[in-house]
Design a protein around this ligand. Structure first.
Ligand code: DON
Length: 579
């Protein structure tokens, strides 16, 4: 009896304390927090693809954390609330601008092929077996996320590592409401997600996929995250988590073993930095192809006159599409993990070379198109980008992924870890397209301990040394062209921050020979057809993933956070200085 009374008193005290805290924090912050799809503030900004992760990031900033602390907390939170895109079974890239020194850093935590991987591991009877590459225990590289976040935190973090993982643990154990966007994804990928018993337990109830409004509880993931919070990377790459991964892999024909996990390292890479007119662009080096391709395209653009009064002027689209084709054709041959292949980075960033290449643009007609089946390029996969700017002037731009939605769909038994299918970003065989229709050759072949070539392009842009824009996207090969267009829309075409993101985009990747577009008017389509383009419509919706961005623009002392209109669940949260 007494016990019950004691309990009641304790919970009353807790409730009163909670309300006091809530009241005090509201007194301090109520006037200063803005949240929505597009938000303007003057102190800090967080833009992520999930409102719960944005809230976690903003709370870390309010607690005195910096942009890197917020990013660590956001990544772990996304690993729970965005299982289709960014679980700890994946990898990513982070670009950091440190205010104190003015230096820029990039961290590569891309997945790595296991030691037993072989060049032709996905070739069966002379053909690439797509399901082996995309939906099997062989599809995964050794995950990099936990190591990468730890590396970032060790160098830049202010708040304790453990505190930053707490919100994710809570979301995993207590659960959170499934949004319509997540419910749609789970339903679309129900076959993939029901391949393992653990997947069935997590994403289904009574044999039916969970629906919008249902609670998604991930107890095992909560426990794995708790281990990581206590032990750092050892909670993932060593001990019981590593043993569970190795055991599940061994029992099901996978290759990742204890040694692979123990040997995994995230790395600092020299950022790719180049100028375009009076902008300085800081972005990701190989194993991302994004930074160098972006540099090459901007360097070619310096030799092109654009009609700056209309982004969708036919001549603009034609010239930019030609530039995209040249860049992507070069990508297919000269790019791979620079630890394995000597990527000619200087050539990509050489202004003279770009000038010569720009002369090869066909001024009148598109390159001739061959027949193709556009249906094979329709997809609904997932990656995610987030951008953070703190009140100290630090900036983080991160893109992270499992590759396609829910990765391989495989949940490692008793860990809640959903595994990536990043091995498909290697070229499984010469001139065989991967999931994104991208071609690759020798350089990007599968080799043990190598990282697959990526298109993820987290980017920070400076204008006369001042932060100008933070951006990046999901969308496979379309990430690079989305980043290009967002920068051009804002800088060259002088669109507002929101219009620069919302404006319908287009994409050409050399092969297949088609110009993908979100929305063009009939007259423009007619003109492009007359120029010899094959057109393929990919509407600006989440299903088509044409580079879904999370961006921050800096205008004077204002920070403008813009969530992409192509998807729901996004939230930008900004804080204002208390006057
Ligand atoms: O690293 C890459 O380029 C791909 N794995 C990214 C996949 C992606 O963006 C899918 N999302 N929409």
């Amino acid at each position: 009896m007494e016990r019950t009374y004691e309990k009641e008193v304790i919970s009353m005290v807790k409730i009163v304390r909670y309300f006091l805290l809530f009241f005090i924090s509201n007194l301090i912050y109520s006037e200063s927090i803005e949240s929505g799809k597009t938000v303007i503030a003057n102190e800090s900004m967080v833009v992520t693809r999930h409102y719960l992760a944005s809230k976690v990031g903003n709370e870390v900033l309010l607690a005195g954390g910096n942009a890197i602390d917020a990013s660590v907390a956001i990544s772990f939170a996304l690993s729970v609330v965005l299982p289709q895109a960014s679980p700890i079974g994946g990898g990513g890239f982070m670009v950091i601008h440190e205010a104190e020194t003015g230096e820029n850093f990039t961290i590569d935590y891309r997945e790595m092929a296991p030691e037993k991987a072989t060049e032709d591991m996905f070739v069966v009877n002379g053909e690439v077996d797509r399901s082996l590459a995309l939906e099997s225990y062989l599809s995964s590289g050794v995950p990099g996320t936990v190591y990468g976040l730890y590396l970032a935190h060790q160098k830049f973090g202010k708040l304790p590592w453990k505190e930053l993982i707490k919100p994710a643990i809570k979301l995993a154990i207590d659960g959170f409401d499934i949004t319509p966007t997540l419910a749609k994804s789970i339903n679309t990928y129900k076959d993939k997600l029901s391949k393992t018993d653990d997947g069935k337990d997590i994403f289904f109830r009574n044999g039916e996929p969970l629906m919008a409004g249902d609670l998604l509880v991930q107890k095992d993931l909560g426990e794995t995250l708790t281990l990581i919070s206590k032990k750092g990377p050892a909670g993932f790459y060593k001990g019981s988590t590593a043993q569970k991964i190795q055991r599940d892999m061994r029992l099901n024909g996978g290759l990742i073993g204890l040694k692979d996990l123990r040997n995994y390292k995230a790395k600092y890479r020299e950022p790719i930095e180049f100028d375009y007119k009076d902008l300085s662009i800081v972005t990701m080096a190989p194993p991302s192809s994004g930074g160098l391709i972006l540099g090459l395209m901007f360097n070619m653009l310096e030799h092109i006159d654009l009609n700056t009064s209309n982004p969708h002027d036919i001549e603009n689209i034609h010239k930019i599409a030609e530039i995209m084709q040249i860049a992507f054709s070069i990508r297919s041959v000269y790019m791979a993990d620079s630890d394995f292949y000597d990527v000619p980075s200087n050539q990509f960033l050489n202004k003279k070379k770009a000038e010569l290449l720009s002369r090869r643009i066909n001024r009148d007609q598109s390159s001739t198109a061959e027949d193709f089946d556009p249906e094979t390029f329709k997809f609904k996969e997932n990656t995610t980008h987030y951008s953070v700017a703190d009140k100290f002037g630090n900036i983080v731009s991160t893109t992270t992924t499992l590759n396609t939605a829910f990765g391989s769909g495989i949940v490692i038994k008793d860990t809640g870890i959903l595994m990536n299918n990043e091995m498909d970003d290697f070229s499984a065989a010469p001139n065989q397209p991967n999931y994104f229709g991208l071609l690759g050759a020798y350089a990007n072949r599968i080799e043990p301990n190598k990282r697959p070539l990526s298109s993820m392009t987290p980017t920070i842009v400076f204008h006369k040394d001042k932060p100008y824009m933070v951006t990046g996207a999901q969308g496979g090969s379309r990430i690079i062209t989305a980043v290009l267009q967002v920068i051009l829309n804002y800088y060259e075409f002088k669109l507002s921050a929101e219009e620069a993101i919302y404006l319908p985009r287009y994409h050409h990747q050399w092969q297949p020979e088609m110009l993908m577009f979100e929305s063009f008017d009939e007259e423009l389509k007619e003109e492009l057809l007359n120029k010899g383009y094959s057109l393929y419509n990919r509407p600006a919706t989440y299903d088509f993933s044409n580079g879904i961005t999370s961006s921050i623009m800096f205008e004077g002392d204002k920070l403008i956070g813009v969530s992409d209109n192509r998807s729901d669940d996004f939230l930008s949260i900004g804080t204002n200085k208390n006057e």
